[in-house]
Design a protein around this ligand. Structure first.
Ligand SMILES: [Mg+2]
Length: 373
């Protein structure tokens, strides 16, 4: 027990427009609609977390704001923030689903605990295996000419990994974009493919084989999240590694997915697993099964990106990079007081005590919304 107690629990819904719409196999997204959580202690410390939902994938901003406001608040006010697992276990028992709200709470608790202990979150949850992780940018503009301009600009910043969002248009469009990028950048570009469940399951194997000649590192979530037997069949049938994203949320999904070998790689996301610690459990199951992991994210601000960067530092094996590019290249504005630490194509994990990302109150206010979709 410490002598710190949580006395304020503030929920801020924010809506930040994107510079350009991103298209996916599961639909278009024009901005970040997320929920920031600000915890304040009687000792004057402030901890931040974020719930970043995606309605076609996890949940809604409205649902998570209500989960925080109504169900989580009374279980947290008056408590010692360092009792992270005790509080999380209590909330997991009391509230089903809403992994994004749980991730927001856990991040804010770890932010406070880190400040109290004088340690970064990565150090609190295991240590720093690395200081930075290669960044992947997602190519998702239906207007490919604009994507090519963005890629050329981002290439200048040192980014060498690009993930094509596929399956929202014709198969020929996907093949043409891959061909153009390979021709322009040769072997120096690392290409990945993410269908976001967009392939028709009956024809998935043949279409993925068509892409293999462009040498992608992996193909992510080709078919519907519930088509797990098909995921396993595709993984066995093609040479390119298959990644499960929508099909693996928390540790139980990871255990089932590893047993059925539904993929070669799992995409780790704190918004799916309900926090950093549960995501480390997913990574541990993957590691035991010989499944690779990757640093995924949702449509989020630099608060959730910061939590992701802390997680990435603490994961033992990480060879495929991460995709925390939203605050640098997608959102109209970064809400933090300092720009999210992307330098030379690498995401750097903040080393300050706690999360190491501090939102700017004025910017949060500017993007605050009552609109809860
Ligand atoms: Mg994905």
């Amino acid at each position: 027990m410490t002598d710190h107690r949580i006395v304020e629990f503030r929920v801020h819904s924010v809506s930040i427009p994107a510079k350009a719409v991103h298209s996916h196999g599961s639909g278009d997204v024009g901005g970040i609609n997320s929920v920031l959580l600000e915890l304040v202690t009687d000792s004057g410390l402030t901890g931040w977390g974020e719930a970043a939902p995606w309605p076609v994938f996890t949940g809604t901003a409205a649902g998570n704001a209500a989960a925080l406001d109504i169900h989580i608040r009374p279980r947290v006010i008056g408590h010692d923030p360092v009792q992270v697992e005790v509080l999380m276990h209590d909330i997991e028992t009391a509230l089903v689903g809403h992994p994004e709200a749980k991730a927001a709470l856990e991040c804010a608790l770890l932010d406070l605990t880190g400040q109290i202990a004088g340690l970064s979150i990565a150090e609190l949850v295991g240590g720093r295996h690395r200081e930075s992780v290669p960044l992947s940018f997602s190519v998702a503009n239906p207007d490919f000419a604009r994507d090519l301009e963005d890629i050329a600009r981002i290439w200048e910043d040192g980014v060498r990994i690009f993930k094509l969002k596929t399956g929202f248009a014709e198969h020929a469009f996907d093949l043409g974009r891959l061909e153009a990028l390979r021709e322009t950048y040769g072997d120096g570009i690392k290409l990945r493919i993410d269908y976001n469940q967009g392939l028709p399951t009956y024809d998935a194997i043949r279409r993925i084989r068509d892409l293999e000649s462009f040498a992608p590192d992996f193909v992510e979530q080709p078919v519907r999240m519930t088509h797990r037997a098909a995921m396993a069949e595709i993984t066995r049938a093609v040479d390119v590694p298959i990644m499960a994203d929508e099909s693996v949320f928390g540790p139980k999904d990871a255990l089932d997915g590893a047993s059925a070998r539904i993929a070669d790689i799992f995409s780790l996301k704190i918004m799916k697993s309900g926090g950093i610690r549960r995501t480390i459990e997913v990574a541990a199951i993957a590691r035991a099964a010989g499944i690779e992991v990757y640093g995924g994210c949702m449509f989020e601000t630099s608060v959730a990106h910061g939590a992701g960067a802390q997680l990435m530092a603490a994961i033992p094996d990480l060879r495929l990079g991460c995709e925390f590019y939203m605050s640098s290249y997608y959102a109209e504005a970064d809400i933090a007081t300092e720009p999210f630490p992307v330098r030379n194509g690498q995401v750097h994990t903040p080393s300050a005590p706690g999360l190491g990302i501090i939102p700017d109150g004025q910017v949060v206010k500017r993007y605050r919304t009552e609109l809860r979709e």
